[in-house]
Design a protein. Structure first.
Length: 132
């Protein structure tokens, strides 16, 4: 399987006086929710993304994701939330929106040309703190 056009991690660090705010967006492996190698690679990537997010609890970190998998299907997402390492801000702030579907049949199957419409959505918003 060629994953070269399927996933991305974009990170930004913003300085505020003497501290930083780290913001990241992770786009998961297309097809991860179907299982197999795509799911395995996506789970491995999620572990790396989460490790970065919780590396320094003194530096605020906001993580948005189109993880290409439902929370209930991802052991990595369940572990990070159930362990209290990150907070699901979307569920915390908008409980009625927490169970909206995150799946889009067809997804992105080829590299996209500039300004070509895509099927992607930030389904998850996590933080180390509920103070957003």
């Amino acid at each position: 399987t060629n994953f070269s056009h399927s996933h991305r991690l974009i990170m930004l660090s913003i300085r505020f006086r003497v501290t930083f705010l780290n913001v990241a967006v992770y786009y998961g492996i297309a097809g991860a929710s179907e299982g197999g190698e795509c799911m395995s690679v996506n789970e491995r990537n999620l572990k790396l993304v989460f490790a970065r997010a919780i590396a320094d609890p003194k530096v605020p970190y906001i993580l948005g994701m189109d993880a290409n998998i439902q929370e209930s299907m991802s052991a990595s997402i369940q572990t990070i939330l159930n362990g209290g390492y990150l907070i699901d801000v979307r569920t915390d702030k908008q409980p009625d929106a927490a169970n909206l579907p995150t799946y889009c049949k067809g997804g992105i199957t080829q590299p996209l040309a500039e300004e070509q419409p895509a099927c992607s959505n930030i389904d998850f918003l996590y933080s180390q703190t509920p103070r957003l």
